[in-house]
Design a protein around this ligand. Structure first.
Ligand SMILES: Nc1ncnc2c1ncn2[C@@H]1O[C@H](COP(=O)(O)OP(=O)(O)OP(=O)(O)O)[C@@H](O)[C@H]1O
Ligand SMILES: [Mg+2]
Length: 449
């Protein structure tokens, strides 16, 4: 597409010469004979670049430049200034001109200036586009994250959401597995079709099968009418199979078949039903271990494990805690509540065995129970506060057991805990242990870590 250039000069000849030259270069040319006309053209014509004469009757070029930039318009502007007037040129650049040419100039000079300014603005536009894309990327479906591993999770979600690939989400309870599953759905072209969720853990085997596959009338005692299952309800959309590790091996076989063939029959039925469903599974169990123990079929595992997504526990991404706290304060209409540094430190230090769900519940309770506008240590749940008690932090009350200890073992354990808690960051772990990063590194080497 050709670029549109706006030429602003009160001299008719100048407009004509420049217009001829630039349309010969493939530009679409519009012009204006004064400042007023220039401002009107800027808003009506949305030029890609403007050649602006400095000296014109009011409003003059400088004034036009200031007003255009004042409105946040960023397209390149080349000022034409009087020969030898350096002050004018400097003033123009300060006010946001990209280039200036002193009259008289030759056309080659002008073309070069235009090329340079356009290149620069294309680059700036590209940067802006990428920045907006980033903004969008990290504001995906209300997922709050700054931790590198979580950013990678979000990148994976964005990348695989538009595909039909089966995904499985691993993570402890409360780490956001369902949130991620919903994001996979909402960012896909299935978004306006149903997202149906089934929790395998909540149901006994036979009930689970009738939930998943539905049943025909008379399939079993009590089946007085036919009923479609969740697979059918999710047709065209996404089926979220939560706690997949709890499914019996018999049901696993049936599930495997649906995943392989995308067909099934209702319980007690003979009609084969075709479905188009994207399956997202989740588990807080170690499926490899389950397979080793004979509790999970390896072939089903490979069917599900096409896109594995692992959510780190909150204690390994404590850097996200302040962000999450702010997010949940906002969510519970307490965005204006402040929080003391000690309270924040306690929240960051606590291990959060229930992960983000536990953090969210705590913040909700705090918001309800706190009637001043600053959250302090005293407002935190007892277990969170306990994490900050000196005896917990400094094992000075440590009792040497009768049969003694292996000091190296204890040290190894503490170093491991510190690394675990800080997501493997040696400098942060060193801080927790009261060591310098150097000392910790030396010890880690000695301990064989
Ligand atoms: N990164 C995050 N940003 C914002 N909110 C989050 C995030 N992760 C989880 N949450 C919120 O925490 C709560 C628990 O998340 P979710 O239900 O997805 O966890 P889960 O892993 O499915 O838990 P469970 O294993 O107990 O079912 C939800 O309210 C969810 O919106
Ligand atoms: Mg869940």
């Amino acid at each position: 597409m050709s670029k549109r250039v706006l030429i602003v000069d009160d001299e008719k000849n100048m407009r004509w010469v420049l217009g001829q030259a630039l349309s010969g270069e493939g530009f679409e040319v519009v012009d204006a004979a004064d400042g007023k006309g220039a401002l009107a053209s800027v808003s009506d014509q949305a030029p890609d670049i403007m050649i602006l004469d400095h000296r014109m009757p009011e409003p003059d070029g400088m004034e036009v430049l200031r007003r255009v930039r004042g409105k946040g318009q960023t397209f390149p502007i080349i000022m034409l200034t009087a020969h030898g007037n350096v002050a004018q040129a400097v003033e123009a650049m300060k006010a946001g001109a990209n280039e200036y040419l002193t009259k008289p100039f030759d056309l080659e000079e002008l073309k070069l200036a235009i090329d340079k300014a356009l290149q620069y603005s294309d680059l700036a536009n590209e940067v802006e586009r990428l920045r907006q894309e980033l903004d969008r990327e990290y504001d995906v479906e209300g997922i709050v994250a700054s931790d590198q591993r979580m950013i990678e999770v979000i990148e994976t979600v964005r990348k695989v959401a538009p595909t039909n690939a089966t995904a499985i989400i691993y993570g402890e309870s409360g780490t956001g597995k369902e949130l991620i599953a919903r994001a996979l759905h909402n960012l896909s072209d299935r978004a306006n079709k149903p997202f149906v969720s089934v929790s395998a853990g909540a149901l006994p085997d036979t009930l689970l099968e009738s939930e998943l596959f539905g049943f025909e009338k008379g399939a079993f005692t009590g089946a007085v009418t036919a009923k479609p299952g969740r697979f059918e309800m999710a047709n065209g959309g996404t089926l979220f199979l939560d706690e997949i590790g709890d499914i019996s091996t018999a049901t696993q076989v049936k599930l495997l078949r649906v995943l392989q063939e995308r067909t099934f029959e209702r319980l007690g039925g003979t009609r084969t039903i075709d479905i188009d469903v994207r399956v997202v599974a989740a588990t807080n169990q170690d499926l490899q271990q389950l397979i080793a123990d004979g509790g999970f079929r390896e072939d089903l595992y490979y069917r599900l494990n096409v896109v594995p997504i692992t959510l780190p526990p909150l204690r390994q991404r404590s850097g996200d805690i302040p962000l999450l706290v702010a997010h949940f304060l906002e969510k519970y209409n307490a965005g204006s509540m402040r929080i003391t540094p000690e309270a924040m430190e306690a929240l960051v230090t606590y291990q959060w065995p229930g992960n983000i769900r536990e953090l969210e519940n705590s913040i909700e309770r705090i918001v309800i129970l706190t009637h001043h506008d600053e959250i302090g240590l005293d407002d935190l749940p007892a277990e969170v506060r306990a994490g900050m008690s000196p005896t917990q932090r400094m094992p000075s009350g440590f009792q040497l057991p009768e049969d003694g200890v292996d000091l190296e073992e204890v040290e190894l354990d503490l170093v491991r805990q510190a690394l675990d808690r800080t997501g493997g960051s040696a400098p942060k772990a060193a801080k927790l242990l009261g060591l310098t990063a150097k000392t910790l590194e030396a010890r880690m080497a000695r301990l064989g870590l």
